[in-house]
Structure formats: C-alpha cells, structure tokens
Write a protein that binds this ligand. Structure first.
Ligand code: ATP
Ligand code: MG
Length: 415
C-alpha cells in the first residue's frame, strides 16, 4: 500500500490546509520512517515553512496553540488528537551556540532560527529520521541525506559527522540506541565508535531531558531491549548508574531483566498497564529488595518501624540522576510495599480498596511468574475494576496540582 494511503486522514487535512495557504508542509521524522517500515506511527511530526504565528493564523487560536520553551512548536488540536507542527529550523552556528542561557535551571540555546527544508533536514539527528513526505502534492519522499538507503539496510547513521553531532547533543546517543532496540538497526561504525568513546557525556545533558527520555523508554514495550542496547554500548552505567550496576549484579541482575522482559511482552500484547509508576517500580524492585537483604524476594521484607521513610530514601537514590517527582516516588513506594501483603494473602478486602491495588497486583503477578510461585497465589486476588476511580474520588493520594495555571489547555497526562 502506498504510504499516502496509510497516513491518518487528519494529518493529510492539516497539510492540505497549510499548502492551500501558500506554505510548504510535510510529514517528517519518525512518522515517515515508521510508515516506510509498515509500522503504525506512535505520533506524527509535521514540518512547515510557516512560522508558529502563521500556523496559528491558518487554524485559529482555538485549534492551534503555540507551546515550547526550547523550541517553539504549534499543537494543532483535532477532534481526536493533537499534532505537533514545527517550523523548518536550521542548526545554530557556533557563535549562537555559545550564547546559551540558563533559565531557571534549564539550559537553553537560541535555535529557534527558522530555515529552509534543506537546513531542517540537516539539523535532524539520523538519516532515517530525516525523510520528508508530501501527502497532498507529489506524494513523494524527499530524501536529502541518504535516509532511504539506510532504512533499507537498517543502519543508524548521523546526519553529518557523528563526533560533532553527539557533542552538540549527547541525548542523541540514547536516541540512536532506541532505534537499535526498537527496530534491530545497527549503528554505522563511526557513530558506534563515538558512542563508545563519549558515553560518559550523557550525564552532561539536562536532567529534565534525561527524565523525558526515560519516561518514553518505559512507556514503550521495548524497555528491556533499550536498556540492554545501552548496556551493550557502554551507555547504561552513565545514563542510569544504579540500573547499570543492577544489570550486571550477580544476585539481582537476572531478576530485573526477567521482570522487564515479561512486562514488555505484556505491554506489547495490550493486556498490561503502561502506568509509569508501575514500570518504574518494576525496574527498581530488585535493587530495593537487595538493599533490604532479600535479593531473591523469598521471603520479602517484613514490616518494621520507619520502613516507609527508609524505602522512600532507597527509591530516591535509585533514581539519582532523574528529577522524579515526589508524587511518582511515593506511588512507586506504595506499589512495592503492597507486595508482602499480597504474598501473605490475608485481609484481602482492605488491600483491594487500596488506590494502587491494580498496579500492585500487576507487579505481584510479574514477580510470581519470575519466581515460579503457584498460579493460585495471584488468582486468589480479585481482578481490579477496569477503571479505577481517580484522585479524591478513590480516597487516595491526589496528584499535586501546583501547575494548574501552567497546564491549562494541555491534554491530561497519562498515569
Ligand atoms: P518516536 O517514534 O519515538 O516518536 P521520533 O524519531 O519521531 O521517534 P521524536 O522525539 O518524535 O522522535 O522526534 C521527531 C523528529 O525530530 C525526529 O525524527 C528527528 O528528526 C528530530 N529530532 C528529535 N530529537 C532530536 C535531536 N535531539 N536532535 C536532532 N533531531 C532530533
Ligand atoms: Mg515522533
């Protein structure tokens, strides 16, 4: 099937609206890559010659909202989805790059310099991510960087010299390894050598961006493969030191890999929650248990005074480089603290009413499988209701809403 037939009609409509107003507009990046690989894109990125204000002019203030601090983008809202439209940009020059400014802890650089399609193609990270597709005019791919050939051979190649491109933005190392993990691509040899040599520089990236990448990894069904690729290329110990140590730990490394592999399998099958708190608790559990002297989870830790506070400290130090919120930390701890209660199998009705019951039970079922506990241990616990009531309705912990003003108009975030 030609890829113009696979693109969501809403995307084609957005592009048509821009083109009929005299602008250039294309589908770009991961969406084109995925469509060519015959995979349904997770999201669509669109690129245009129109400035953010011009895009807003085309769709109106109600449908088009300008967002972004590092880059200014427009979110175009349709009845079902939100599409991200970026204006063609160019790479900042050395001089512009040196004008980095620090704005409440976040490193910014002035790369809102608009450019042409060609400049936009060359500022992108990898050739396979730099393909443009025009679904309304020629219906053809624009490939200025050799991305089609690399896609055919499943190669991740930097656009431009890998050394410079990784130095400019070390997060690209992680992005390259995500392609390795998700699609089985191989790294072009110079890029591979640069990643091996510069792996430690990942820790220089802004903590907020590292957390963002981590969240994307754990939201996918490729978490295990991604961490494994990071481990293989020497990045894991720098990206996430505590997990790097865990991965090779003789006592618990096997367990964390097993839990994650099974979680990914269930997420891919669509019968498992993609809750971030649950995913992070799954990864943290073996290290936390080891820290409490029960590495093989048999028996699990006993309740003792100060356990909750203690565990909060353990969780914090496990997630050391990432600015994980207190809210998420508390939820992870609650989910893990439920495990011994599941194992004991007593006072069921009390646990079933717990706001994190659904996630606690899912983690328990993963652990039971990894540890080969009898099936009836999990089956004895009732399936959670399909939708748990949220926030105050369920009498549980409420997400702090300090950012209510800032979040106005944004889509609700997933749990
Ligand atoms: P995914 O399937 O995870 O969405 P993606 O490649 O689409 O993969 P996005 O984060 O959605 O990733 O980014 C969209 C596009 O923006 C990329 O395909 C790439 O062209 C460009 N891009 C994203 N991050 C960078 C970066 N750090 N440096 C250069 N280009 C980038
Ligand atoms: Mg994308």
């Amino acid at each position: 099937m030609p890829i113009s037939d696979k693109i969501r009609p809403a995307v084609t409509e957005i592009i048509r609206a821009l083109v009929s107003n005299g602008f250039e507009a294309y589908v770009v990046g991961g969406a084109v890559r995925d469509l060519l690989l015959d995979i349904e894109p997770k999201d669509y990125d669109l690129a245009t010659s129109a400035s953010p204000e011009e895009v807003r002019g085309v769709f109106g203030r109600r449908k088009a909202r300008i967002i972004g601090r590092r880059f200014r983008l427009v979110h175009v809202h349709t009845s079902h989805d939100i599409y991200e439209i970026s204006t063609f940009r160019r790479e900042p020059t050395q001089e512009e790059r040196s004008e980095r400014i620090d704005d409440d802890g976040v490193m910014l650089w002035r790369d809102n310099q608009y450019g042409t399609l060609e400049q936009d193609a060359f500022r992108r990270d990898f050739t396979v991510n730099s393909l443009f597709f025009d679904p309304v005019g020629e219906r053809s791919i624009i490939d200025l960087v050799g991305g089609m050939e690399d896609l055919k051979h499943k190669i991740v190649r930097s656009v431009g010299p890998p050394d410079t491109r990784i130095e400019e933005d070390p997060v690209r190392m992680l992005r390259a390894l995500k392609l390795v993990a998700k699609y089985g691509f191989s790294l072009e040899s110079d890029l591979e050598a640069v990643i091996r040599a510069r792996a430690s520089q990942i820790s220089m990236a802004a903590a907020g961006r590292l957390l963002e990448e981590l969240m994307k990894i754990v939201a996918s069904p490729h978490a295990h493969a991604t961490f494994e690729a990071c481990h293989d290329y020497g990045l894991l110990e720098h990206f996430w030191p505590a997990l790097g140590e865990e991965w090779t730990n003789g006592e618990t490394g096997g367990l964390v890999r097993k839990l994650l592999t099974e979680r990914d399998r269930r997420v891919a099958g669509g019968d498992y929650s993609t809750s971030k708190a649950l995913a992070l608790a799954t990864i943290a559990l073996p290290a936390i248990a080891r820290g409490r002297g029960c590495a093989d989870l048999e028996p699990l830790w006993e309740h003792e005074p100060g356990l909750e506070r203690d565990m909060r400290g353990q969780v914090r130090s496990f997630f050391e480089p990432f600015p994980v919120s207190r809210y998420l930390t508390a939820r992870m701890r609650d989910i893990m603290l439920m495990l011994p209660r599941f194992v004991a199998g007593k006072r069921k009705s009390k646990l079933v009413g717990h706001p994190e019951y659904k996630y606690g039970r899912e983690l328990f079922s993963l652990v039971a499988l990894a540890r080969e506990w009898p099936d009836d241990m999990v089956a004895a616990w009732p399936e959670p209701p399909k939708r748990q009531p949220r926030g105050s309705e369920r009498g549980g912990r409420r997400r702090p809403n300090r950012n209510r003003r800032r979040n106005r108009g944004k889509p609700p975030r997933k749990a």
